[in-house]
Write a protein that binds this ligand. Structure first.
Ligand SMILES: *Cc1c(COP(=O)(O)O)cnc(C)c1O
Length: 229
């Protein structure tokens, strides 16, 4: 799978920023996280080459392949871990990940605190009550945030994956994430993907995670039950 040409990728980045603006957000203030999961290192290289500095990966094995390739090419990017994470993967990722976005349980957080003391994390919340989605329950969020902070982690905010279906259906969940983050005084709200970023921006997203709208459809990820997600 070849990477989009620089002018194609540049136009898509502009188009995403335009969508953010049209949804009422400030494209200079909202972090655009380029999700390269499912693609090879050439796509991550293209993203970095186009000036994107925040890159997201779901799978440890992909991150471990791509991070050294980009570092070797002289790109300084920030890697975000955005997928469901097993505790036994934390150690190998500890020196690479800049923001752990999908911390949804205390034992995972404690492992991150042990391997990467003081690391920056987000707590993933399941705002749509869909069992296949990761995340702690909304009413467990405050307790988990407190436990992670006690473990010395730098809890910067909350993350969620919007309800599957029509983008408008995701909006109530995004509003809930915003309320939870505000109640806890947490500045970062990671919400919104290619299909529902307008709804997320309208509800106060500070970080959108975008794959398909930048890189096109993903090749299927081997060994992943989540498939295209
Ligand atoms: C795959 C994925 C994204 C990006 O999804 P697109 O629809 O390609 O924009 C964002 N966040 C998470 C957690 C993902 O797994």
């Amino acid at each position: 799978m070849s990477a989009p040409a620089p002018e194609v990728l540049g136009a898509r980045v502009d188009a995403v920023r335009q969508r953010i603006a049209e949804a009422g957000g400030d494209p200079d203030a909202i972090c655009l996280l380029a999700v390269t999961k499912g693609f090879g290192p050439e796509v991550a290289l293209a993203a970095a080459g186009s000036g994107l500095v925040d890159l997201g990966e779901n799978y440890a094995q992909e991150l471990l392949v791509k991070a050294p390739v980009l570092a070797g090419a002289g790109h300084q990017v920030r890697w975000h871990a955005i997928g469901r994470l097993q505790r036994n993967k934390v150690r190998s990722l500890a020196g690479i990940v800049s923001l752990w976005q999908s911390v949804d349980r205390a034992d995972l957080g404690l492992e991150i605190a042990k391997r990467a003391p003081g690391a920056r994390v987000l707590v993933q919340v399941n705002v749509s009550d869909e069992p296949q989605k990761g995340g702690c329950a909304p009413d467990e969020t405050a307790d988990l945030v407190a436990r992670l902070a006690d473990a010395g982690l730098d809890v910067q905010g909350l993350m969620t994956v919007g309800r599957t279906g029509e983008p408008a259906d995701a909006r109530a969940g995004f509003a809930l994430l915003r309320r939870l983050a505000d109640d806890l005084d947490l500045p970062v709200r990671s919400m919104g993907m290619s299909g529902d970023l307008e709804a997320a921006v309208a509800e106060g997203s500070t970080l959108v995670r975008v794959g398909a709208a930048l890189f096109g459809p993903r090749p299927s990820v081997p060994g992943s039950a989540a498939g295209a997600r």
